[in-house]
Design a protein around this ligand. Structure first.
Ligand code: C2E
Ligand code: MG
Ligand code: MG
Ligand code: MG
Length: 288
């Protein structure tokens, strides 16, 4: 009978929660160790122009290269990294590594190259974020790289004079702000008023049903309309097939991201797949 199944499920999930809670301390220690051991590695997923499919840049998506467990996806450790504050150091390590990797391929990057980092509430409680962004951009020739900070609503970013000043100064430096998973949170529209937002990233749950389900299609239409009225551009994430792409193209979505264009991969693979061959290599001199 179904009540028995429900009771069993309840017992099991209670068990899983207790097990996780009892592991929380050791998981936190493990996370701390991994930050010091530099086990968090940036993967790059291409972001392309909606119109032409040409490469516009990449979103940096962290992976935990665990010596025993192998590759651990972010959903399994980001929430704990955020609640323990370890996310701050982790992200700044990622930024250093990404800077180094991009500098190594600077002549081959399309200009401007968009690079997006996922930012947590913990980053927004100190002006360090501003210094880190400045240091990130510093070695790149002006205009060659555009830095995007992707904010989600999983955790609320407090509205304080400090955060106001922080985002104002980031804006002044040309750092762009994108609202991630737009449409899934409950304060998206309030964020639009608080920060100088430059882009909306449409959540993949809407993109998945683009053109096939009326409700999702209406939501996409409304987000595109809102963006154009507010003079923001739109990035659609989770584009997996040509039908979704065509629907979004008709809406005039400027940027797209998804398995149709490429999965998140380590930098070497990203460069080999999405960037032109290094200058001076075998492909040198070929017509562009
Ligand atoms: P997100 O920022 O919304 O990133 C998009 C997620 O969708 C990524 O999952 C990406 O791999 C996945 N994705 C992209 N294209 C497709 C597609 O066509 N189909 C499907 N089914 N999925 C697609 P991932 O890498 O597992 O990251 C999950 C989330 O973890 C991210 O969602 C982001 O919120 C968080 N995250 C990842 N890296 C970081 C980080 O360095 N810092 C913070 N704070 N959060 C991060
Ligand atoms: Mg993101
Ligand atoms: Mg997203
Ligand atoms: Mg998402």
């Amino acid at each position: 009978p179904s009540w028995l199944l429900l009771a069993l499920l309840g017992l099991l999930s209670g068990y899983a929660a207790r097990r996780f809670l009892s592991q929380r301390n050791s998981l936190t220690a493990e996370l701390r160790r991994a930050v010091d051991a530099d086990e968090f590695v940036p993967f790059y997923q291409p972001v392309v122009l909606g119109e032409s499919g040409a490469l516009a840049g990449a979103e940096v998506l962290v992976r935990w290269m665990h010596p025993i467990e192998g590759i651990i996806p972010p959903n399994q450790f980001i929430p704990l990294a955020e609640s323990t504050g370890l996310i701050v150091k982790m992200t700044y390590q990622l930024m250093d590594r990404v800077q180094e990797e991009l500098l190594g391929q600077l002549p081959n990057l399309p200009e401007p190259f968009h690079v997006g980092f996922n930012i947590s509430a913990a980053h927004c409680t100190s002006m360090e974020l501003l210094d880190r962004c400045r240091a990130f951009l510093e070695p790149f020739p002006p205009g060659s790289v555009i830095l995007f900070l992707e904010l989600t609503e999983r955790e609320a970013i407090p509205a304080t004079p400090m955060t106001d000043a922080l985002f104002k100064q980031l804006d002044g430096m040309g750092v762009q702000v994108a609202l991630d998973d737009f449409g899934t949170g409950n304060s998206s529209l309030e964020y639009l008023q608080r920060f100088t937002v430059n882009a909306l990233k449409i959540d993949q749950s809407f993109v998945a049903k683009a053109g096939t389900e009326t409700l999702s299609s209406h939501i996409l239409d409304i987000i595109a309309d809102l963006a154009s009225r507010l003079e923001l551009f739109v990035v659609a994430e989770g584009v997996e097939n040509a039908m979704q792409r065509e629907y979004l193209q008709k809406l005039g979505v400027e940027y797209m991201q998804g398995y149709l264009f490429g999965r998140p991969v380590p930098f070497a693979e990203f460069a080999a797949t999405h960037l032109p061959p290094a200058a001076g290599g075998a492909g040198d001199g070929a017509p562009v």
